[in-house]
Design a binder for this molecule. Structure first.
Ligand code: URA
Length: 436
């Protein structure tokens, strides 16, 4: 077997065998296959697709390329993952809520790349918070207080890390087989036995249409089933940013306010939908859903049980238990909880500049992809995996879809340390809005 033959097969649309996929993953991870050959194979996959069998083999090979966490001593652990978005602070909000309802939460989160933020970066905006813990410490924390949030360790699915960086460099990120295997390999390696996926569509997501998001969800569910992990997908819109803040510190502040009861409607809907599914899967170790129940569409009508779960979530926000659990999580990982008690303490960007509307009318669209890209240019995101980010940078939106606007009213505030980005960001934010 050699890599040239494997590339040639994929180029000619011939299905790859388990051994061939395993050969590629093992040897690319070890550095025995150069980037140019791996890039050729990934491009052939991008162009010719993969069968469900190939996707399953690729996922398992990537999951097995490094260490796999064993969380079995924690019982029935439900993980949650978003396929990417702009202003998506749902994980930060949900994990204390779920833990406050007595469900163990052992969450490993990634870092952001491009305009999709990572929860690990966001929570590090809380001074002192430690995201890099050993596996033993991580499990101990969950045993002690019911929740821990850390970043993915370097040896979790290392093949995916290498392949993801290469995909990014050769413009192959938006491929359903590659996204499905990338996400699910990390979910399988990180040890949860049930998974809820927030599968996003729209300008701020990898999948631009609802149909593509459903297709991606189906592929990931097939992988979940094959791996024996009950997997539910919630299909959500990412046409406009989620909530009002985009950027690490800014999103943490919005999450804190949410847990204190100031809930933005679109964020609330995703929190309730994903949270209800997490609680449903957590209710017993055996599988609790039928195939139809594992795909939650935007027009989904709640069952009585789902309504009950949503009530429980809202109750724990109202009675302060969810926020108390968030403080406990932060304290337990050396974060300074005085910032949670007084959000004015968070450091602010040097330049905070308003963007004014040039039109009067209703906001009909607000391009999430553009807002994500601008936020990245202001310093909130990283272009390459090794770049550093500016935690204070980002955008606060004052108007969203459906808002009425007068000419000269403030649409948004730019937060940045980089004075030379302000002029372009102002122009681009104005263009991201469709007002008429
Ligand atoms: N998130 C991932 O982890 N991988 C992808 O390919 C896309 C989103």
């Amino acid at each position: 077997m050699n890599i040239k033959e494997i590339i040639n097969k994929k180029k000619n649309k011939i299905e790859l065998s388990e051994e061939e996929i395993q050969y590629f993953i093992t040897n690319y991870t070890k550095g025995n296959i150069p980037d140019y050959q791996a890039a050729a194979l990934l491009m052939a996959i991008f162009l010719n697709g993969m069968t469900q069998k190939e996707i399953a083999y690729l996922t398992i090979a990537m999951a097995n390329s490094g260490k796999k966490l064993d969380l079995s001593e924690l019982g029935n652990v439900v993980d949650k993952h978003s396929t990417g978005g702009v202003g998506d602070k749902v994980t930060l909000i949900l994990i204390p809520i779920i833990a406050s309802l007595g469900i163990p939460v052992a969450k490993m989160s990634g870092r952001g790349l491009g305009y999709t933020g990572g929860t690990a970066d966001k929570i590090e905006a809380i001074p002192g918070y430690q995201t890099m813990l050993s596996e033993e410490q991580f499990i101990q924390n969950v045993k002690k207080i019911g929740v821990s949030l850390i970043t993915q360790t370097l040896d979790l699915a290392p093949a995916d890390k290498k392949i993801y960086a290469l995909r990014d460099a050769i413009s192959c990120t938006d491929s359903i087989p590659l996204i499905a295997s990338s996400i699910m390999s990390k979910k399988i390696a990180s040890g949860a036995n049930k998974i809820v996926l927030d599968v996003t569509y729209g300008s701020g997501a990898f999948m631009k249409t609802k149909q593509e998001a459903i297709q991606l969800a189906k592929e990931m569910q097939a992988i979940g089933e094959m791996a024996g992990k009950e997997t539910v997908s919630v299909i959500t819109s990412m046409e406009q940013p989620l909530g009002y803040s985009v950027g690490n510190t800014l999103e943490v502040i919005e999450a804190i306010e949410f847990l204190q009861g100031k809930m933005q409607e679109d964020v609330k809907q995703v929190v309730l939908e994903v949270g209800a599914q997490m609680l449903k899967l957590a209710s017993q170790k055996e599988w609790v859903t039928t195939k139809e129940e594992r795909m939650i569409m935007p027009n989904h009508v709640d069952t009585v049980q789902e309504q009950e779960y949503k009530k429980q979530i809202l109750e724990n926000i109202k009675n302060g238990k969810a926020f108390a659990k968030f403080k406990e999580l932060v304290y337990n990982q050396q974060g300074d909880i005085s910032y949670l008690e007084n959000i004015n303490q968070f450091p602010k960007a040097k330049y905070i500049i308003p963007v004014y509307s040039q039109a009067t009318g209703t906001v009909h669209a607000l391009d999430a992809g553009m807002i994500g890209k601008i936020s990245c240019e202001l310093g909130a995101g990283r272009m390459n995996q090794e770049d550093s980010i500016d935690l204070t940078a980002g955008i606060i939106l004052h108007k969203k879809v459906g808002s009425q606007v007068q000419q000269g009213e403030i649409l948004a505030y730019i937060h940045t340390e980089k004075q030379n980005t302000i002029e372009k960001a102002t122009k681009d934010i104005t263009q991201a809005y469709q007002i008429y």
